[in-house]
Ligand binder design. Structure first.
Ligand code: OAD
Length: 262
């Protein structure tokens, strides 16, 4: 059960709703907090966060993978299991219902590598940090086959206690996420910048705002004249960029915010 919404939060929700109702287009930038109430731990929570227990450079970098492919692969296998078991929460559902009612008005940009926005039917989700359920090759295919086509990652062969490898060239399979030190997928980044450029309102949900360039989208929105709101039960590094802060959770506030607009 979600905690009741206080009077002050309720007034903030109303103000944001008014802004959204008058916006031609608006965007959501979601982070790990969006999926926290689905049971997927965030990264930087002091008690339960992934990075409290694990060293990100060891587990979420190419260097870390090369140093310990089996260890990193197993860590991702556990996280994949967690994502598969997780269910979208009322926040994911509220955004999808809104977009269904008002097509082409809302863009969802996410830093999350889970598929919970997509599972409730949100379309065109812009995934900045990849997809944890996808596999890809660690290196560019060194022995492209017929007509220069690369080997197919689906044909990689599972090895006990190791990531799968290509039977032809031994290339490792790695998870399809963006690791520390890697660039964001260009197409997704461009789409995110475009969505923010067109937005009259940007709602930032459940992110610490500590990872760039994603965090820079809030500043971009503000500079381009959009109204910026931050929804987070805690302080975040984007608070100073926000015109409005809503101290609440995704599953609590998003349904209350959007249901009256349906
Ligand atoms: P963080 O773990 O850094 O931050 C999660 C944020 O969610 C915190 O500010 C929490 O206060 C907030 N939060 C927790 N529960 C919430 C709830 N129920 N509703 C709303 N907010 C809640 O996660 P991100 O900011 O998403 O990158 O991290 C950004 C990137 O850092 C991730 O995409 C990942 C990580 O390294 C890559 O994997 C490349």
């Amino acid at each position: 059960m979600n905690p009741p919404i206080s009077q002050s939060l309720s007034a903030q929700i109303e103000e944001l709703r008014r802004r959204i109702a008058h916006a031609e287009r608006w965007a959501v930038l979601s982070g790990a907090g969006m999926s926290a109430e689905s049971g997927i731990p965030t990264f930087r929570d002091a008690q339960t966060g992934f990075w409290a227990k694990f060293d990100p450079m060891q587990l979420a970098s190419e260097e870390g993978f090369r140093a310990d492919p089996a260890g990193v692969w197993n860590w991702y296998a556990q996280r994949r299991e967690g994502v598969r078991r997780a269910q979208p929460n009322a926040g994911h559902v509220a955004l999808a219902n809104y977009a269904h009612r008002w097509p082409d008005r809302l863009s969802i940009i996410t830093q999350n590598v889970d598929d919970l926005h997509q599972r409730v039917g949100s379309e065109g989700v812009i995934s900045l940090h990849g997809d944890i359920l996808q596999d890809r090759w660690l290196n560019p295919c060194p022995q492209p086959g017929e007509e220069g086509r690369p080997c197919q990652v689906a044909h990689a062969q599972a090895q006990p206690g190791e990531p799968p490898r290509c039977a032809r060239c031994g290339n490792w399979v790695r998870p399809g996420v963006v690791w520390f030190g890697e660039n964001l997928p260009q197409e997704a980044w461009r789409a995110a910048e475009d969505a923010v450029a067109q937005a009259d309102v940007l709602l930032v949900v459940g992110t610490s705002g500590a990872v760039w360039p994603a965090a820079g989208l809030a500043e971009q929105a503000r500079q381009q004249g959009a109204f910026v709101a931050v929804l987070n039960p805690q302080n975040s590094e984007l608070d100073e960029v926000a015109h409005l802060r809503l101290l609440g959770t995704a599953a609590q506030v998003l349904p209350a915010l959007l249901a009256p607009l349906l």
